[in-house]
Design a protein around this ligand. Structure first.
Ligand code: CAA
Length: 293
């Protein structure tokens, strides 16, 4: 059955090579998924060789885990590893059919990445973004080919979470959208078309919920009480453990974007802001009064 809003699949283009800009955790997880499901070359890039190498090693390490679990044969694992490469040379993207960015969540940075890529990639190659909350239309503005820009938003852990939010920007054409849906299917994800609105759908719901837990802590509810209160509902993770998985800095960024868009509905937790601004990416720590330390 065709997902709601998806164009006819006959419009989809083939994806024989994937480019990924950014080699951080989301980008590396995406690289693993693309290579595993599509079995096509996947090239990762980042701002320096060390980051690129780290991304490629992550993918190779995850392929080794699949081998240990007997999900792939030794030959299969070798073939998959050979398909994943890293490069600082943008020319490596020249023959990619689908390029996705997962760089720092700042509109200007992402616009620059897209404008730069346009100089190297084929005019019909798709430019996708894994942004959690930014406007895809704004990201495409100023490009020569805004019609090939699409939102392609995965959830962490990418290998496990079934949902994919596909976002149509103002000028996205049907061929781009059809390709995004066909790709989502090949990646074995459940794709939904969402509006190009701040934080789309899932993060808006999630931040409302996680945000309230943190605001309860801001207001004096002890950390453990706030975090564990909903445990009997059978959630796979408590809210603050989930926020740890997503990354407090990303959660703060999405929260701030939503606060800007809907100030009456979304508040930014003081404790979350303090925690991130103190540069803490490790385990949450709280003092006896329940303040992030
Ligand atoms: N990376 C890769 N794979 C992982 C993983 C990770 N971080 N964590 C678990 N897995 C895999 C395991 O390897 C295992 O795979 P196999 O079955 O193939 O062996 C599978 O997931 C199940 O693992 P476990 O049995 O150890 O774990 P679990 O049953 O406790 O489930 C979980 C783990 C799937 C992460 C579950 O706790 C869960 O669903 N948590 C909620 C996650 C969630 O809501 N994510 C969305 C965050 S929002 C977001 O990402 C959007 C954004 O823009 C910020």
């Amino acid at each position: 059955k065709r997902p709601a809003g998806a164009p006819d699949k006959s419009l989809a283009r083939k994806v024989n090579k994937v480019g990924i800009v950014g080699a951080g955790l989301m980008a590396s997880q995406m690289a693993l998924l693309f290579v595993r499901r599509l079995k096509v070359p996947v090239v990762l890039t980042d701002v320096d060789q060390a980051r690129v190498d780290k991304g490629v090693s992550y993918v190779h390490g995850e392929i080794d885990k699949l081998l240990a679990k007997k999900r792939v044969s030794q030959d299969g694992a070798n073939r998959l590893k050979a398909l994943v490469t890293g490069s600082l040379d943008k020319a490596a993207f020249a023959d990619a059919d689908f390029v996705i960015e997962a760089v720092f969540e700042e509109l200007g940075v992402k616009q620059k990445v897209f404008a730069d890529l346009e100089q190297y990639i084929k005019p019909e190659a798709i430019l996708a973004t894994n942004t959690s909350s930014l406007s895809i239309t704004a990201m495409a503005s100023g490009l020569r080919h805004p019609e090939r820009v699409v939102g392609f938003h995965f959830f962490n852990p990418v290998a496990v979470m079934p949902l994919l939010e596909i976002v149509r920007a103002e000028k996205t054409d049907d061929a781009t959208l059809a390709t995004a849906f066909a790709l989502g299917k090949s990646l074995k994800k459940s794709s939904v078309l969402v509006k190009d609105a701040s934080a789309f759908v899932v993060n808006r719901l999630l931040l409302r919920f996680l945000g309230e837990v943190l605001i309860a802590v801001d207001e004096g509810t002890p950390f453990e009480v706030a975090d564990k209160a909903l445990e009997p509902l059978g959630l796979p993770m408590t809210p603050l453990v989930l926020m740890q998985l997503v990354g407090p800095a990303i959660a703060l960024h999405v929260g701030e974007t939503l606060h800007e868009a809907f100030p009456d509905r979304f508040k930014v937790s003081e404790n979350l802001a303090k925690f991130v601004k103190a540069g803490k990416s490790g385990v949450w720590q709280w003092d006896a009064a329940g303040n992030a330390t």
